[in-house]
Ligand binder design. Structure first.
Ligand code: GRF
Length: 232
């Protein structure tokens, strides 16, 4: 913990940084008992850098070009994170797979957010994959990171209903809005020390059983009600 008792986060990002901003806002609004010890970015042109600097957040640029292998890069990354006394590594749009050189130094303490309901639609452009496949329910997943892409144990998921007319951009925007609530909530579970990992299962201490009728159903039919059953 920080001297102020807050969980010390190391954020890894490569792009726009809206999840980074959502985490900053949750901290500012005291929904999240954490502080950002450092932002590490691997792309000099990424807008997230200016977002962090304008808020006075320590920012480190680490380019893969300066490292001979993945594992060299990850060792340098782990060095930066440990130097900043990071307790939870938060990948927020970080476009690299990580190796044991990082994971072994932060066991069960590297997390990622993916814009799909895993294990469906791993990899790039998950929102397009889901829309083109024609699923009725899509969403976002926060999971622990292992060596495989979008694979580690699931911590939290949020779902949205997709209507027939929704295009990829609409779906992307609506999932992103869910991500911005889901990620700070999941990080707060670590801040409250409520996460227990048991193989693929993540147990959340103090979790309540969901209401049995709390289902998210799509399509929504105007006027409500279930489709009429025809009698035989
Ligand atoms: C998000 O959709 C996240 O799920 C994925 O990368 C995107 C990052 O967006 N891993 P942003 O940079 O946080 O705006």
């Amino acid at each position: 913990m920080s001297d102020d008792g807050n969980l010390r986060l190391g954020i890894l990002a490569s792009g726009t940084g809206t999840n980074f901003e959502a985490i900053v806002e949750a901290i500012d609004n005291r929904r999240l008992d954490a502080r950002i010890a450092v932002l590490v970015c691997n792309r000099v042109e990424a807008p997230v850098i200016a977002k962090a600097r304008s808020r006075g957040i320590e920012t480190v640029l680490l380019s893969s070009k300066d490292h001979a292998s993945r594992s060299d890069f990850d060792s340098a990354l782990a060095d930066v994170l440990q130097r900043h006394r990071v307790q939870l590594v938060v990948m927020a749009g970080f476009d690299r797979l990580v190796t044991p050189a990082l994971l072994s130094r932060f066991p069960d303490r590297v997390i990622n957010i993916h814009p799909a309901l895993l294990p469906a639609f791993k990899g790039l452009d998950a929102q397009r994959q889901a829309t083109e496949y024609g699923v009725k329910i899509a969403g976002a997943t926060v999971h622990l990171v292992d060596e495989q892409m979008d694979h580690g144990p699931i911590i939290a998921q949020a779902a949205i209903a997709i209507a027939g007319g929704d295009d990829t951009e609409t779906v992307r925007r609506r999932i992103l809005a869910q991500e911005h609530d889901l990620y700070p909530m999941a990080i707060q579970l670590f801040a409250e020390d409520r996460i227990e990992v048991d193989g693929r299962k993540v147990k959340v201490r103090g979790e309540t059983t969901p209401a049995r009728d709390g289902a998210l159903v799509s399509p929504t039919i105007a006027g409500g009600g279930a489709p009429q059953r025809t009698s035989r």
